[in-house]
Ligand binder design. Sequence first.
Ligand code: HEM
Length: 180
Amino acid sequence: MYGIVNKAIQSLITEQFGEEEWIAVKEKSGVDVDFFLANEPYDDAITYKLAGAASEVLGISVGEVLQAFGEYWVLKTAKEKYGGLMEAGGNNLKEFLINLPLFHNRIMLMYPKLTPPEFKVSDITENSVQLHYFSKREGLQEFVRGLLSGLAKMYQAEVSIELLQSRDNGSPHEIFKVSW
Ligand code: HEM
């Protein structure tokens, strides 16, 4: 994944837990990179190692690390660095989710070596949608849950996020029902 992802993990831990905790996470992860460059692609293993080490150092599950990271990504990284792009995503949560399948097409213009997630939306009602998440990567469903709750906060919406299907249970992809 591009360095911007690892940099954001670093910022999240430094801001919310402290510089020393970040140093401990970095050490525990065994990741031997001094500075992450945002526009440089890195091996996915680095990101997974950082998430695993954060779980151990902070005493929370990997799922909780990924969830916190998803929220941080939307509310801090994306908002601060790509505010215009986020605002163009929709006037409310429902619009943003309906537009989400096309979102990373624009990101790919900036990060040409991106391996993006794929999203589809179905069962659109007045107060809910089902979001289908397809990924070449494993184990990121709690990251998606965090992204969704970050988006809800961004739009000041109260949501419930229900995982209807998961690869963990033999389904081909994840389906989240987001209701507000
Ligand atoms: C301006 C905002 C955003 C930027 C710059 C961005 C950029 C990226 C980057 C660089 C990656 C790493 C993939 C790689 O390097 O190959 C990524 C992955 C991902 N993004 Fe985004 N993204 C943004 C917003 C979003 C939003 C709003 C969502 C969903 C709600 C989202 C969902 C994901 C997911 C789930 C992944 C993990 C990749 C996978 O499953 O394979 N992103 N994005």
